[in-house]
Design a protein around this ligand. Structure first.
Ligand SMILES: [Zn+2]
Length: 243
């Protein structure tokens, strides 16, 4: 395990123009830098790097983020992998520490929640892209709003059907625990689906793992709240996540 202090040091040291510059030929454009996007094919540069914000963003395909996120996407690494990569890039020595048993148990518990959220996200994405209801209600909404298919897939947007408990039933059939489904707010205390007839936006933490969902209702004049978010959980602390 990489000590939090070292993770922070690496995050504070990594400069976006240098990290991106290792892979992309960047040219000055005012206070920013610009280059050809390494994530999609293009002939005119739409990949913008802002040294002041320490962020990059492609205005064509939407990919980008801070140095850690860039390395995760570009090198196909997880969060610790990207931190190790940047540690080496900046000659910051990482002294790995052994996890205690308690930390290991805590980690396992959190991992099972992340796995369940990822399962839910996959399910919602499939509902959006592969069912008649999802296509006619959810997908047409996103397309009206100018979301291209690439973006929809990249952000793993989804849809939840009208049915009362189709998601919960499928999840428990796939051996996911009802207790955890309730803990994450995916299932109500009565056992029905928490999100129904909504387009779904996964909310991610810095390392890209799904910690919760935002769901927007599309039906006009519906009595339910227009927008609902997952309740707080062990992995979702609203005050710590910008959404
Ligand atoms: Zn791009």
């Amino acid at each position: 395990m990489i000590p939090q202090k070292t993770v922070q040091e690496i995050i504070d040291t990594a400069k976006i123009e240098e990290v991106v510059g290792d892979f992309v030929n960047l040219k000055r454009a005012g206070s920013n830098l610009k280059g050809l996007c390494p994530f999609h094919n293009e002939k005119t540069p739409s990949f913008v790097v802002s040294p002041a914000k320490n962020l990059c963003k492609c205005f064509g395909c939407g990919k980008g983020g801070d140095p850690v996120r860039f390395i995760m996407n570009h090198e196909n690494m997880d969060f610790p992998g990207a931190i190790r990569y940047l540690g080496e890039r900046y000659n910051i020595v990482i002294e790995e520490v052994e996890m205690t048993n308690e930390q290991r148990k805590e980690r396992q518990k959190r991992d099972s929640l992340f796995i369940l959220n990822q399962y839910a996200s996959d399910y919602f994405a499939k509902e959006l892209l592969e069912t008649d209801e999802g296509k006619s209600v959810g997908l047409s909404y996103f397309k009206e709003r100018g979301f291209r298919e690439e973006i929809i897939k990249h952000f793993q947007l989804g849809y939840t059907s009208k049915q009362k408990d189709s998601f919960t039933l499928q999840a428990t059939q796939d051996s996911h625990s009802l207790e955890l489904l309730k803990k994450l707010g995916l299932t109500t205390k009565y056992g029905s689906d928490f999100y129904r007839e909504r387009v779904m936006f996964p909310i991610r933490n810095l390392s890209g793992k799904i910690i919760g969902f935002g769901g927007r209702i599309l039906q006009k004049g519906a009595k339910a709240a227009k927008y609902i978010n997952s309740p707080e959980s062990e992995i979702y602390n609203k005050s710590k996540v910008l959404y």
